[in-house]
Ligand binder design. Structure first.
Ligand code: ATP
Length: 573
């Protein structure tokens, strides 16, 4: 059992690799603004063009064209699941009636929510899917990221919703990943926190999107990558990135290397209580959400008592996903045979340290970055009359709806005004409290709103689309999480060591050649010729000694002052 909290200096188990300097994200980072001791103030991230020079091994020549910066609002994609296979003889009017009508979906009955014929005239009427029923949703190729919803009763007018992406039923999870999540993972590897949330009514395909086809998530190795959910796709990209950088290290003759350590935790929130999914039921610790005062923002949350697993290769991730899926609370309802009765949060924490090749001394350590990705499969909103829930299922449904209501309130508060609201009720539920950073805080967030096109789901689909529309307005304040203080401390330690050795030399009357050192922020030599003159043999030894003492005292004072704070903050969006 371990605590999910930032490790202290030197507490990093590593997979070694090297980062191509040209690709290194620190090219975007700005240097600290002052040498004031203590935690640096959280600063909005800078545009790449504003980036001042960092140390050579952190701040290589910037790329001619830098990648686009992530948007500072929640990115929202809508995924439309296929219409279900019906058991009723008259499914068109009421597709969700009877036992688990939404699963599985025979390939023959899958329809696109737009067809070639429908595409020319984007009207709901063009959607007659003979024998299957009529979807209440429409997407046209002319406006692929807009969805129209039509009230089957005809009481309300047709409405249009535009999102960052809309995925029709034939769009696989790969498509969802490539358009919505891949860039986020890249940003997380650069030091941003990230969050992917799957939201929607019960049986709308959230677990299918996050975990993938159960068969593939539960049978290692993931031999069928096509069926992978977003969780394993994120994992595959992280593994790939680390492997590639390791390979680049072998090939390059760079002096600087990056070490990685990725850890996973998996928890569920069931009826407002936290359960560690990577731990046996009888070994559960009392899990508590705590604030980490030593974190970058000084109020980052962590779950005390949660099991952390180091994950290196894809099989490690698959194992974690399997264990979590097996232990997660599921139940059977009329709408879904395997309905998730809890919110599941898989968190990957990525640590990266830059150091000089072969060096282990503090002076050899450069920047440290620590970012987190939350992958959240929410439980689905449900109506008791549709799910047929009674007893425990009914109680679970009530708790799920209650926490989703809190999530809705948080999103409403954050999206309602242009300036940040004075109070956001994050603490109304464990879910919103745990994800508070991802909801308008220091994280880049992507939401996949899953919907069903079935007419009988009109109300729920409409409410999901409205929720997603509000979520789109939520602003984020994501910044790169880099521990610059450690970099400064290392530099100062190196300076002190070097100056002490010079002092010793000068006291012995020896004048040895001084090794060239680089300053952490200017990449210039620490001892330029003007300082060399101070050690000139012409200078009186007494004056020389007092000047050196003054210099080392100043550095020691600065060094002690800097020890107080662990994380500095720079750059970003
Ligand atoms: N895009 C899709 N393509 C094919 N099948 C899908 C798709 N989306 C969902 N399904 C199928 O529909 C059924 C219900 O999906 P899933 O369990 O993912 O829903 P859910 O939103 O997680 O539901 P709950 O909130 O009740 O847990 C599953 O059998 C799943 O395989």
């Amino acid at each position: 059992m371990a605590l999910l909290r930032p490790p202290s200096r030197g507490d990093f188990g590593m997979v070694k690799g090297v980062v191509d300097p040209q690709d290194h994200p620190s090219a975007w980072l700005s240097p600290p603004t002052s040498a004031t001791p203590g935690r640096q103030k959280t600063a909005p991230a800078a545009e790449p063009s504003n980036v001042a020079k960092g140390p050579a091994f952190l701040n290589p020549t910037p790329k001619a064209k830098l990648p686009p910066l992530p948007s500072q609002r929640i990115q929202v994609g809508v995924r439309v699941r296929p219409l279900p296979a019906f058991k009723s003889s008259h499914p068109a009017r009421n597709p969700i009636r009877g036992r688990s009508p939404l699963a599985p979906i025979p390939p023959s009955s899958r329809r696109t929510s737009y067809s070639e014929s429908a595409s020319r005239t984007p009207s709901i009427a063009s959607f007659s899917l003979a024998g299957i029923g009529e979807p209440c949703l429409n997407i046209t190729p002319a406006q692929p990221d807009v969805t129209q919803i039509c009230d089957p009763s005809g009481r309300r007018p047709k409405r249009e919703f535009a999102f960052d992406a809309v995925f029709a039923e034939e769009d696989g999870t790969e498509c969802v990943y490539d358009r919505m999540v891949k860039a986020l993972v890249e940003k997380c590897l650069e030091g941003y926190n990230g969050c992917v949330l799957a939201y929607g009514q019960t049986a709308s395909g959230k677990t299918f999107t996050m975990e993938g086809c159960k068969a593939s998530a539960l049978h290692p190795p993931p031999s069928d990558p096509e069926n992978r959910g977003l969780m394993l796709r994120v994992a595959a990209d992280i593994v790939d990135y680390i492997e590639k950088t390791t390979e680049a290290e072998r090939e390059s003759h760079s002096d600087d290397v990056t070490s990685f350590c990725v850890k996973a935790t998996y928890l569920e929130i069931y009826q407002e209580s936290l359960t560690d999914l990577l731990c046996e039921k009888d070994q559960q610790a009392d899990l508590r959400i705590r604030i980490d005062p030593d974190s970058l923002t000084g109020r980052e949350l962590y779950v005390q008592g949660l099991t952390e697993r180091e994950v290196v290769n894809l099989n490690d991730y698959v194992r974690v996903a399997q264990i979590g899926a097996r232990r997660r609370t599921v139940g059977e309802t009329n709408m879904n045979d395997v309905s998730s009765r809890s919110h599941a949060v898989l968190t990957l924490t990525i640590e990266q340290i830059q150091r000089r090749r072969g060096g282990s001394a503090p002076a050899d350590i450069g920047s440290r970055k620590r970012s987190k990705i939350h992958l959240v499969d929410l439980a689905g909103s449900e109506r008791a009359k549709d799910t047929g829930a009674t007893g425990t299922r009914l109680k679970e449904g009530g708790s799920i709806n209650q926490s989703l209501l809190s999530l809705g309130n948080v999103i409403s508060a954050l999206s309602s005004s242009t300036s940040r609201p004075s109070h956001v009720s994050y603490r109304d539920s464990k879910l919103t409290y745990l994800l508070s950073d991802s909801l308008g805080g220091n994280a880049l967030t992507v939401m996949i709103a899953c919907v069903s096109p079935a007419q009988s789901c009109y109300e729920e689909t409409m409410s999901t689309l409205r929720f997603a529309e509000r979520a789109k307005k939520v602003k984020l304040r994501a910044t790169v999480n880099i521990d610059l203080q450690s970099l400064r401390i290392s530099t100062l330690e190196a300076e002190i060591a070097h100056l002490k050795s010079l002092l010793g030399d000068s006291m012995n009357g020896a004048t040895k050649a001084k090794p060239q050192m680089r300053d952490a922020y200017t990449s210039t030599r620490l001892l330029p010729s003007a300082q060399d003159a101070e050690t000139s043999p012409m200078e009186c030894p007494k004056v020389k000694r007092s000047r050196w003492k003054k210099l080392t005292d100043t550095l020691n004072r600065t060094f002690r002052g800097n020890r107080g704070a662990r994380y500095g903050k720079v750059g970003g969006v």
